[in-house]
Design a protein around this ligand. Sequence first.
Ligand code: ZN
Length: 524
Amino acid sequence: MRHCLLGLLLCLFCNTNFANSEIIEDQIIAETILKNLFNAYGSFVYPIPPKIEIVHEKKRVAAFVADRQSGKIILEKAAIDVCRSFGKDYESALAFIIGHELGHFFDRENNKGFATNYLKWTHTQKEEEKADIWGVFCAYLAEYKTVSIVPNLIEALYQEYNLMEKKDELYGYPTFKVRQEVAQNVQEQVEELIHIFDTANLLNAMGKYESAAASYKYILQFYQGREIYNNLGVNYALEAINFTKKNVDRYLYPFEIDINTRIKKPKLDRGGEDLTEKEQAYRMQMLQEAKKYLAIAGKMDYNYLSDDINIMSVLALMMDLCKTCENPVAYYEKQELLKVANFIGASNQQKAQLQLALALAYAKTGKKEAAKKIWDSLKNHSSTEIKYQATFNLAALKADYSTSFIKIYDCPSINLDLPKDGVTPHRVEIKEGFTLDSLDNTQLEIRQLDNSILTIFEDQEGEIFMLQNWPINQPLTIDLNQTDKYQLVAHSQGFYLLCMDASSIYSVNSDGFIKAIAQFHESF
Ligand SMILES: [Zn+2]
């Protein structure tokens, strides 16, 4: 997509003055990168992104100048040309510089109205490092390959600006040595964050919601994007539904990914047990956490309906435990969600999801006829997911649990000879871990082995759970035309293929290649 844009631009400007056309092209590319980073962060608390201004100066690389509205990011042509020298990584390099200044834009508390200067640190070293980490991680989520080029880019910039030999740190200009140390540190930190983020998504797909939530929470210390808050909220809600083997929830909720596990649990009204008081308290705590983080995500983007759909579902779940809690139907009316859906031009799928959430809200507040009407209208929907939920919930409303709803998935047979790297699961313990989540004192250690990465979690009871992850690059050999046979969970760049019988999960990209395989082990 980006390359097409570049080709089109080159052609458009091939007959005009080259220098001028290059500036126009730089401007368009820089604005596109800014837009991509802004959207990846997903916060519209400051709805107008800063402007981009390219200048023919050579003194600061880049700067962010705040004003009453949104301010501007100044980019020096010399710095852009350094990025150009990175060839295919040109945009990823530019994303680093723009990302750093955008980090200052969002960090309003530490940035009260003065101009920053990329070469001269205008904030403390810690804050500058924070802006680097923010920018590189945001670039990763916007699909730029920035993380691997940071130290080389810093070196190329210092060379171009003749700063390699500068020895003193007068007036806030860090030396090359200091800047290079920071770049190394930033690279390591972001690589760790990316690993934790990818692991959190895997854990989420596998149904390890508590560990997934702890991982997303850790990321929030460095990067407060809307997607992270939303994932965190959804994981707490899923933990509330799934933490026990008891199945107390009659209906399916829009955010449920792994329907299979829950359907296999005995239902409360079919011989299942009720929750104990302690379990009820834990469930309520998880739902409150879910609501808290979903509300933050919702405030970041008023035009994003998913958070509201998820909040309504959480409120519906709360109704069993708390009669005085906010009524989900009242929430729907107060937030005027139907109006919002029309106003933002929501897709049919999103509107149907909103209807599903409303039906749940009706069902949980005693308006069963209204719920039935909605589910009836959605039971022949073109989306399999919507159709499935509507049909399932209609049956649940009538307390008609047909076994035909139980899906049993095949475990794909993929022959991979994975080197064990000396891991004996029951002997593993944390040696050099760090606290992932202080709420439940989850400890984490990431160990780089010869062929794999071992990620070890330990909770406050000392229970150990680990994931061993092998990066591979192999075409998927099973027939995906029979999707119903396999359990698939979508992720941002493809899908996961779950094979819970063999404790394995395959990460498949959109080109149909297995990019990684993870195996998990529990040792009690
Ligand atoms: Zn800065």
